[in-house]
Design a protein around this ligand. Structure first.
Ligand code: PHE
Length: 503
């Protein structure tokens, strides 16, 4: 930027300050206010720092320290060691008596300082401990200790750092409630050569609008208003406004997609009996996913009673012999105790099946976006707590094509246009599929889907197809933002969150 542009970009206050400085030379904000040139220190310093960033003025800061008494009483009362000194006087005193004269533990403080200053000695005669003054201590009966002298000066007003013995200051600062440090910053502003050169070009003080207002637009006044020039290249500090965590924003985006597609959000408790998490979903009781290694079982509560005996009976029959669904079941004996074990839900399919149990009639369109738990070791692709995007459609015309187009439609809206499905297996769906998206030259698995089996829906009297899916939320976030380590999603590094603009 050339001089002319810099001059044209000066604000009213900057111009006022330049002109004032050319008349008054180096001066402090207080001087400028006293001279009636400005009203507030912040006005002066605001303009000064802009001028300084443009190289037109220089701000000098002089920091000075001084010390004041925290409590003026200390001078009236005297230091504990002074009171002890007076009490002991020329003679010898039992420590017990000193403790009576200086109650509240002050005797200990006094003895500590007397010894440290070499003013008293303690001697031990059998059980009895006595204290007496040293020669220096006796002299001090009429003298003044250096810290006392300094405290007295402070009682009269602040003592500048340079006017006091640093060792005495250090001791007093180390004692509680005695003195305080006051820091004062004096600033002065002066012109640089560049500032003088700009003034020499001529500076016109005229009112300029810094902002275009609604009123100016409505009245048409903007036509003959002089606007201040903006310098879009000037350095400006970055502002980090409060914003939602990127994962919350992604969750909002997903919720929006489902709501726009006519879905309603549902959720259930994290703690569930195995019955709803597994048995109702026709997962056999010896299924590996039910192992301790995969599922977090709870010790408190250890079990959750299933009250609905009729439902329990139906589920038992389905597991053992198919229960009239045309299935032959898993065979063997189904255990109610196993089904009543309490666990942290391992998928949100709990939410959808519970919803179906209460709403078996079409149309049903619900989704959930919520936390699940699996007993996994933490590594770059696994966390023991993560999130699923789950949903179902119960519709008279529901079929496999509808499910596939829903899955592809969702990922399409999330920005993945290459989506493919592969056959898969889940105990509760038939047919079952796996969804994969093409990303960074690879097909990545993002979730499963299928149509609930008769064994799952029969106990609730559902007569129409239930299309169901469960997608990984964190995986999706990792793909979207190209994050390699799942843990990075949950490290709330505030600087990273502030700076990162891709989120
Ligand atoms: N519950 C399955 C999982 O956790 C996903 C799924 C949901 C599959 C619904 C089919 C139907 O991976």
């Amino acid at each position: 930027m050339n001089r002319q542009e810099i001059r044209d970009g000066l604000s009213h206050n900057e111009k006022r300050l330049l002109l004032s400085l050319s008349e008054m030379s180096a001066c402090s904000p207080a001087d400028l206010i006293a001279a009636g040139r400005f009203e507030l220190e912040v006005e002066v310093m605001g303009a000064a720092s802009w001028l300084s960033s443009k190289g037109l003025a220089k701000i000098e800061e002089n920091i000075s320290r001084s010390f004041v008494l925290t409590d003026a009483d200390i001078v009236v009362q005297g230091l504990p060691e002074r009171r002890a000194l007076t009490a002991i006087g020329d003679g010898t005193m039992d420590l017990a008596e000193l403790a009576e004269r200086l109650p509240g533990g002050e005797d200990k403080i006094a003895i500590g300082w007397l010894k440290r200053k070499g003013l008293a000695d303690i001697s031990k005669g059998g059980e009895l401990k006595t204290i007496s003054l040293t020669d220096a201590g006796k002299r001090m009966l009429t003298g003044k200790m250096s810290d006392e002298a300094l405290l007295e000066r402070m009682a009269a007003g602040p003592v500048a750092e340079g006017d006091a013995d640093p060792l005495v200051i250090k001791d007093l600062k180390g004692r509680q409630g005695m003195i305080e440090e006051k820091i004062r910053t004096d600033r002065s502003v002066s012109l640089t050569d560049e500032g003088i050169a700009i003034i020499a070009m001529g500076i016109e003080l005229k009112e300029e609008a810094a902002q275009l207002t609604v009123e100016m637009l409505q009245s048409g006044k903007w036509r003959d208003t002089e606007f201040r020039k903006y310098d879009v290249q000037t350095f400006a500090p970055a502002v980090a406004p409060a914003k939602k965590h990127p994962l919350s924003r992604l969750a909002d985006e997903i919720r929006n997609i489902f709501v726009q597609m006519g879905f309603t959000e549902i959720d259930e408790e994290y703690v569930q009996p195995a019955f709803w998490n597994m048995d109702v979903l026709f997962t056999p009781q010896d299924h590996p996913a039910r192992d301790l290694q995969d599922t977090f079982y709870l010790s408190s509560p250890e079990t959750i009673r299933i009250d609905d005996d009729e439902l329990v009976k139906k589920v038992k029959e389905i597991h053992e012999i198919g229960g009239g669904t045309g299935s032959s079941g898993w065979g063997g004996e189904w255990s109610r105790e196993k089904a009543e074990q309490a666990l942290l839900r391992t998928h949100t399919t709990v939410n959808t099946i519970k919803h179906i149990s209460r709403h078996p009639e079409p149309p049903v369109k619900v989704f959930s976006l919520s936390r699940i738990f699996r007993n996994e070791s933490i590594d770059s692709t696994h966390l023991p707590e993560f999130t699923q995007i789950e949903g179902i459609i119960l519709d008279e015309k529901g079929d496999f094509d509808m499910l596939v187009s829903l899955v592809k439609g969702f990922y399409g809206r999330m920005g993945f246009d290459k989506v493919r499905i592969r056959p898969a297996y889940f105990p509760y769906t038939e047919p079952s599929l796996e969804v994969e998206v093409f990303f960074n030259g690879r097909w990545m698995e993002l979730g499963g889907a299928g149509i609930f089996r008769p064994e799952v829906v029969a106990p609730f009297g559902v007569k129409h197809p239930v299309l169901a899916w469960g997608f990984g939320f964190e995986r999706l976030a990792m793909l979207k933002w190209n994050i390699k380590d799942i843990r990075d999603l949950y490290v709330s590094d505030i600087d990273l969150l502030k700076k990162n603009t891709i989120f």
